[in-house]
Design a protein. Structure first.
Length: 289
């Protein structure tokens, strides 16, 4: 299991200096993996990412959320095609960087929709992801679809909805990505969805209910980590948190960061690393009972 951290914990810029800042912060906090936010995949040089991550002894993964101009569920074929092209480039970046995982809201725009998803849009997204899954397999990159709350998509709000959607995706290289922040809003428990996803679960985000320090909100982490152990999960477990103390004002607005719950990236990251590893270790000791 790789314990990771999202790059936006450390910086909102991902030029070479920003990459060094993020990698240095992740390494110093004791993480195994850095997740890069591919807000613009065309702006990333995978070879540079690979070199800097190697300098800091880190594995890398990447995530993104499509916007309205790249929405795979759009009625506009040009928009949907643009989204597929963007995701193809994102897969290339991950492969060039030496990573094997691309996750996030890869199936629709990450936005508040004003109506339910249409059958046509849903089917269109599933078919596109089938092609992207095949492309990713050839590149050595797995795709995982992040289940997010109703204010960020109208398509996949629960693990069961994601599994049903995967049944229509013609690729076995597309999987489920669960996030405790979103589960705390939409799921009926923190335990059952993990068991439901089982071997289709390939990526995990750990976030508090207010996206601040872990353990200071309303997320019930204990059953979640027990469920990961129950299914023998061995993929990335990545801490995610946002503050306008680090990211730009425009990105803070996109992410809905209306109040800051932390100022010190290093302290936040070190605390999160300890919090996650302690719970994983504690659950592991249950086999001794």
């Amino acid at each position: 299991m790789q314990i990771g951290v999202h790059g936006l914990v450390f910086t909102g810029e991902f030029d070479e200096q920003g990459l060094r800042t993020a990698c240095s912060g992740a390494h110093e906090a004791g993480f195994d993996l850095l997740e890069l936010p591919l807000m613009d995949p065309y702006a990333f040089d995978g070879a540079v990412v690979k070199r800097i991550a190697a300098d800091h002894d880190l594995a890398v993964s990447a995530s993104l959320g499509l916007d309205a101009e790249h929405d795979l569920t759009s009625d506009d074929a040009v928009v949907a095609r643009r989204g597929e092209d963007l995701l193809t480039r994102a897969i290339d970046v991950v492969a060039e960087a030496g990573g094997s995982a691309l996750c996030g809201v890869l199936y629709s725009a990450m936005q508040k929709y004003q109506q339910p998803a249409t059958e046509r849009g849903r089917a269109q997204s599933a078919q596109a992801l089938g092609r992207l899954g095949a492309y990713g397999r050839d590149a050595g990159v797995e795709l995982s679809l992040e289940v997010v709350n109703r204010y960020e998509t109208n398509l996949l709000n629960t693990a069961r909805a994601a599994l049903a959607f995967l049944g229509d995706v013609p690729s076995d290289n597309v999987h489920v990505h669960l996030d405790t922040y979103h589960m705390n809003i939409e799921e009926s428990s923190m335990f059952d969805p993990v068991l439901d996803a089982a071997d289709r679960l390939r990526y995990v985000h750990i976030g508090e209910s207010h996206r601040g320090y872990l353990g200071t909100g309303s997320v019930d982490f204990e059953p979640f980590f027990r469920a990961l152990a129950r299914i023998g999960y061995d993929g990335p477990v990545v801490f995610e948190s946002f503050s306008s103390a680090v990211v730009s004002a425009s990105l803070s607005n996109t992410l809905g960061v209306w109040r800051n719950l932390w100022q010190d990236s290093a302290d936040l990251a070190a605390h999160a690393n300890r919090f996650m590893r302690d719970r994983i270790h504690a659950v592991d000791t249950i086999r001794m009972h």
